[in-house]
Design a protein around this ligand. Structure first.
Ligand SMILES: Cc1ncc(COP(=O)(O)O)c(C=O)c1O
Length: 395
């Protein structure tokens, strides 16, 4: 029998003395240390106790030597992915250092220097970095904000593929920022274009466990055998269970050539497999208890998102809150309130004293936008509201 999940996500937890990047990097990032940090995508909420217990139990043994990947760690992924209707086998899985590492490895493994790689900005910054830092050509097919939600311009996408002879497409599914969940019809249309033009697809699905009903996550590779044969999926339990500090990631491909190329790239720099604690955490996370924990977490996020939306509607109606369909990163459109991005940024940092992710880091399409992380106790959100409410003279 599974234990009842007993957790109070509104209990504040001080992170002092834990080298939490969200706190420690404030001076460097915002120029001052007193901003309320609501940026990098980890949570000010506890990692589940059943994961901490599993790690603690392993620490009862005094030797932390070289560790072979357990059968259970592969099986945990196979079982976990079935909830998304994604049937994978152990032979298709390659462990990585984390998901960003997987993106960089994928670009190196599946293209050559000078090849064109397509992304859809605004997007999580490592997508463009993985391309540019490896001397590939960055091609963009920006998402279009229509009626408060991001949409794909399929004609522009196909045109970019053809014009630049794109070799690889990096999809963010669900999309960060904005928490956009792609429907199976959207994904099929994208995949059809990629299949038509021989473009290999990489799908970053790290936010896939955190989707709000009635939306539903569709793994790109679950669409058909044909799509799976041209796709590498990347995922991890890091976002869902607040495990970023452990560095966990994996890739899945039904195409042995893609899988091998990806695996070999990891072996070239001799960084492969999970570390001991990452392996233990993954096994503990991907469980029935993990699903129950995730459901409670989603309810907490939804209540925070509702508070955020009603705060802005009442006090700053010019700010548009893009309603997330997944995850805890909310994309805020300040364009009707500020005409100058730098003025917006300075207002948030120096008047509201909030440390948010700068919209411009997601691409030029993020000008006038900011990303706020609501994976916090309600009191932290309330503090952010108070600070915003007390900030006068926006421009
Ligand atoms: C879409 C996406 N991919 C990858 C990552 C990073 O994951 P990891 O810490 O496993 O590299 C993030 C973190 O915010 C993300 O949003």
């Amino acid at each position: 029998l599974e234990k009842e999940i007993d957790v109070d996500f509104n209990q504040p937890i001080a992170r002092d003395g834990t080298h939490a990047e969200k706190y420690e990097a404030r001076l460097e990032l915002f120029g001052r240390e007193d901003v309320l940090p609501m940026w990098v995508a980890d949570m000010d909420l506890p990692t589940p106790p059943f994961i901490l217990d599993a790690i603690r139990q392993r620490l009862d043994h005094p030797i932390l030597g070289y560790t072979a990947m357990s059968d259970q760690s592969y099986q945990a992924i196979v079982d976990w992915q079935t909830q998304h209707g994604y049937r994978v086998s152990r032979e298709q899985i390659v462990f990585t250092h984390n998901v960003a590492n997987g993106l960089f490895l994928a670009v190196r493994a599946l293209t050559r220097p000078g090849d064109s790689v397509l992304i859809q900005p605004p997007i999580y910054p490592p997508f463009s970095k993985a391309v540019q830092m490896n001397d590939r050509r960055l091609v963009t097919a920006p998402l279009v904000l229509e009626d408060g939600q991001y949409q794909i311009d399929f004609d522009a996408f196909e045109q970019a593929v053809v014009e630049h002879q794109v070799k690889l497409f990096l999809l963010c599914n669900p999309h960060n920022p904005a928490g956009r969940v792609w429907s199976s019809a959207d994904l099929q249309d994208l995949a059809d274009i990629c299949l038509r033009h021989g473009v290999t697809m990489v799908s970053d699905e790290i936010h896939s466990d955190l989707v709000y009903a009635p939306h539903c996550h569709t793994p790109l590779a679950s669409l058909s055998a044909e799509v799976a044969a041209q796709t590498l999926t990347l995922s991890a339990p890091g976002k869902t269970f607040n495990l970023a500090g452990l560095q966990i990631g994996y890739g899945i491909s039904a195409n042995p050539q893609i899988k091998q190329a990806f695996e070999q790239e990891a072996h070239r720099v001799k960084i492969h497999d999970l570390n001991l604690f990452a392996m233990i955490a993954l096994e503990a996370a991907y469980s029935e208890q993990g699903k129950a924990w995730r459901d409670k977490l989603l309810a907490h996020f939804q209540s925070n998102i509702a508070l955020l939306k009603s705060f802005f509607a009442r006090h700053f109606p010019a700010v548009k809150v893009i309603n997330p369909q997944a995850s805890y990163l909310v994309w805020l459109d300040f364009r009707a309130m500020f005409s100058d991005h730098q003025v917006l940024k300075s207002w948030l940092i120096n008047q509201a004293k909030l440390g948010l992710n700068d919209g411009l880091s997601y691409g030029e399409q993020g000008r006038g936008f900011m990303r706020i992380n609501i994976a916090v106790p309600q009191s932290t959100l309330q503090q952010a509201f108070n600070q915003l409410g007390n900030s006068i003279n926006p421009e």
